[in-house]
Ligand binder design. Structure first.
Ligand code: NAI
Length: 306
C-alpha cells in the first residue's frame, strides 16, 4: 500500500518515518517548500538499511507523484505559537487544507483521508466537503492523541505502565474536549477506585492543556512525536484491517444527538475507514459537555465558510 503525507513538517516527516519503519506502507511526502520533502525522503532512505525495512519513500512537490494512494494524511498548515488557541489558526489553515484535499483527491479518488491540521474538527469537515467522499472515508486524528495524554498522566500519577491504562477522550480537539473519566480503567479497574476526585480533575485539566503545555515549553511549534504515533496507529488499524475501536473525529448524522459536523467519538477502524460509530451511554453532565463542544465546532465550521 501507499500513504501520502501532505505537509512534510514536524508531524508529517515524523509520521513518514513511523510508517516506513513500522513497515506499514510506501510513503510519498509532499510539501510546497521545494527540495525539503526530497531531502527528508533521501535521509529516510539512507536509514532504511540500518532500520531493516524495505519501504519506498518519495519526497515531492508534485501531486502527480501521489497517484493511487490508499491513504492521504493532511498535516499541511501552521501549528500554534505560545498563547494561541487552535481556533486562531482557522482561516489560514482552511485555505491550505482545502487546496491540499482538492489536489490529493484528484490523483487518489479512492483514498481514505486522515486530517491532522488544526483546528482539527473543522479541517476534517472541510476535507470531507472538498473531496466529496462518503463519510466513512474521511476522519480526523485527535482523540487517540488526547487519550494517550490522559493515559500517560494517569500512569504517571499511579507510577504504573501507561499501556495498562485505558481511557477515551471524546469531543472536539480543544479546550472543550471530554475525557471520559467514568470509563477510564487500569486493566479493568476504574480509576475512580484508585484516585480521588480532586486528583482526577487535575489530570483532566492537564489533558485539556496537553497540547498547550508542550507549545509553551518549546516556543516554536507544538508536539509531533506523539501526534505522529497516534496517526500511525490509525493507519495501521485501517491498512491491516485490525478493527480497533479508537476515538476519531467522525461525521455524525444523528449519533449522540448531533448532526452535520465532525467530532471525536469511538469508531471501529478497518479497510473501510470508519466502519462503525459506537454510541456509549453518557450521563447528563457528559452529554451537556459534548453538546458545548459540538456547538463550538459548528460555529467554527460556519466561520470557516464565511
Ligand atoms: P510544521 O510547520 O512543522 O509543518 C507544516 C508543513 O506544512 C510545513 O512544512 C509547510 O511547508 C507545509 N505546508 C504549508 N502549506 C502547505 C500547502 N499549501 N501544501 C503543502 N504543504 C504545506 O507544523 P507541524 O508541527 O508539523 O503541525 C502541522 C499541523 O498539525 C498544525 O496545524 C498543527 O496544529 C497540527 N497538529 C495537530 C495535532 C492533532 O492532534 N490533530 C497534533 C499536532 C499538530
Amino acid at each position: 500500500p501507499r500513504v501520502t503525507v501532505v505537509g512534510a513538517g514536524r508531524v508529517g516527516s515524523t509520521l513518514a518515518q513511523r510508517i516506513a519503519e513500522k513497515n506499514l506502507a510506501d510513503v510519498v511526502l509532499l510539501d510546497i517548500v521545494e527540495g525539503m520533502p526530497q531531502g527528508l525522503a533521501l535521509d529516510l532512505l539512507e536509514a532504511r538499511g540500518l532500520e531493516l525495512h524495505n519501504r519506498q519513500i518519495i519526497g515531492t512537490n508534485n501531486y502527480a507523484d501521489t497517484a493511487n494512494s490508499n491513504i492521504v494524511v493532511i498535516t499541511a498548515g501552521f501549528p500554534r505559537k505560545p498563547g494561541m488557541t487552535r481556533d486562531n489558526l482557522l482561516k489560514i489553515n482552511a485555505k491550505i487544507v482545502v487546496e491540499s484535499a482538492k489536489n490529493a483527491i484528484a490523483h487518489s479518488p479512492h483514498a481514505i483521508f486522515i486530517v491532522v491540521t488544526n483546528p482539527l474538527d473543522v479541517m476534517t469537515y472541510l476535507t470531507w466537503q472538498t473531496t466529496g467522499l462518503p463519510r466513512n472515508k474521511v476522519m480526523g486524528m485527535a482523540g487517540v492523541l488526547d487519550s494517550a495524554r490522559f493515559e500517560t498522566f494517569i500512569a504517571l500519577e499511579l507510577g504504573i505502565l501507561p499501556a495498562d491504562v485505558k481511557a477515551m477522550v471524546l469531543g472536539s480537539h480543544g479546550d472543550l474536549m471530554l475525557p471520559l473519566t467514568r470509563y477510564a480503567t487500569v486493566n479493568g479497574i476504574p480509576i475512580t477506585e484508585l484516585l480521588d476526585t480532586e486528583t482526577i480533575e487535575k489530570l483532566v485539566e492537564r489533558t485539556r492543556n496537553g497540547g498547550a503545555e508542550i507549545v509553551e515549553l518549546m516556543h516554536t511549534g507544538g508536539a509531533f512525536f506523539a501526534p505522529a504515533s497516534a496517526t500511525s496507529l490509525m493507519i495501521e488499524s485501517i491498512l491491516l484491517n485490525q478493527s480497533r475501536l479508537l476515538p476519531v473525529a467522525a461525521y455524525l448524522q444523528g449519533e449522540y444527538g448531533l448532526n452535520d459536523l465532525f467530532i471525536g467519538v469511538p469508531c471501529r477502524l478497518g479497510y473501510g475507514g470508519v466502519e462503525k460509530i459506537v454510541e456509549v451511554t453518557l450521563n447528563d453532565q457528559e452529554k451537556a459537555a459534548l453538546q458545548i463542544s459540538a456547538n463550538s465546532v459548528s460555529n467554527n465550521i460556519k466561520k470557516a465558510q464565511e
